[in-house]
Design a protein around this ligand. Structure first.
Ligand SMILES: [Zn+2]
Length: 154
């Protein structure tokens, strides 16, 4: 069987091990990833398949955050995205998801869900947010955002 589970079909993985590891991230980030991040990326970039570059991973010496080690984060590739797409995607995601789900930023001390790094977008959730109805609202907000044009224009 080519696709081990349905979650594989909408994304690519840089490392084979992350196909399994993505199922070990916390339900909050997993749900938001498939329910909000993938649709927003697909809406921003025509005919594009998102690539996951990191899921659960050991903490690196130089990194401040434990988010990957704790299963609260997923990274996605940006080098194959059109020039302005990463900034737009980060903006859209943060507008919908930062307040309720974002991890607290070391710099601003405010909750931030998507961080634009040099070669990837880091998606992160904070502790204390559990898989619940908030995620359904977030997905609904995402779909409303994606369909904004369809409803507001004559
Ligand atoms: Zn990361």
């Amino acid at each position: 069987m080519k696709d081990k589970n349905f979650l594989d079909s909408s994304v690519r993985f840089k490392f084979v091990k992350d196909k399994e590891l993505i199922l070990l991230v916390r339900p909050v980030i997993l749900s938001l990833f498939y329910g909000c991040v993938v649709p927003i990326v697909e809406q921003n970039i025509y005919n594009y398949k998102i690539t996951v570059t990191r899921t659960v991973a050991e903490k690196e010496n130089d990194s401040i955050s434990n988010s990957h080690a704790e299963g609260r984060a997923i990274d996605i590739r940006i080098k194959d995205m059109p020039k302005n797409a990463p900034t737009q995607i980060v903006c859209s995601l943060n507008e919908i998801l930062s307040k309720e789900f974002g991890a607290i930023s070391h710099k601003s001390k405010k909750p931030v869900f998507a961080v634009l790094e040099k070669d990837h977008i880091h998606l992160q959730t904070r502790f204390g947010v559990y898989y619940n109805i908030l995620i359904m609202f977030a997905c609904a907000k995402t779909y409303m955002q994606l369909n904004k044009g369809a409803y507001s224009e004559e």
